[in-house]
Ligand binder design. Structure first.
Ligand code: FES
Length: 172
């Protein structure tokens, strides 16, 4: 037969036993989660930096905007080039801004004749035809991308990991 104080002691023991069991279970689950998480590699999946954008003949003469890739493909006859549409200020997409009349401007010590520019709608940065900023907060030029032809199917390949000079052209 249990006395009142023995019953209270048993109750305390049972309560403490449950707390201990709960703490063990929590620790076990925490360890288990850490172990399972370690089996999954910590990889950040980014879109590829080199991709096909289509057959050269699919591009119209002049400026072609590829929204899904955030870049322009420029076709001048048989010559192709590509410039980023991502503003170098905070990354908004710049807009192609044709000029009413071609104008000659001095850029970086040399004269270029431009027929269009790129304007950023977010904070008003303006870029020359060669991508150099001349107004607004953009700190640097829009990068030009390397272009190649895929040997297997003749598609135009843009390599956004490789910046090239604004004079870079691929002739097809
Ligand atoms: S993001 Fe283009 S000017 Fe700010």
């Amino acid at each position: 037969m249990q006395t009142g104080s023995e019953g209270a002691a048993n109750g305390r023991r049972s309560f403490l036993g449950k707390i201990t069991l709960g703490a063990f279970a929590a620790a076990f689950l925490g360890q288990g989660w850490t172990y399972l998480r370690a089996l999954v590699p910590n990889i950040k999946y980014e879109p590829p930096k080199k991709f096909k954008v289509g057959s050269p003949v699919e591009f119209a003469e002049g400026i072609n905007f590829i929204e899904s890739k955030g870049l322009f493909i420029i076709r001048e006859g048989s010559q192709y080039s590509s410039i980023s549409a991502k503003c170098t200020h905070l990354g908004c997409t710049v807009k192609y801004a044709p000029l009413q009349h071609a104008q000659t401007v001095k850029v970086g010590g040399r004269e270029i004749t431009e027929k269009y520019e790129f304007h950023c709608p977010c904070h008003g940065s303006k870029f020359r035809q060669n991508g150099m900023p001349y107004s607004g907060p953009a700190p640097s030029s829009l990068p030009w991308h390397k272009l190649e032809i895929a040997p297997e199917d003749g598609q135009l390949v843009v390599d956004i990991s490789t910046s090239v000079d604004s004079d870079f052209r691929i002739t097809i």
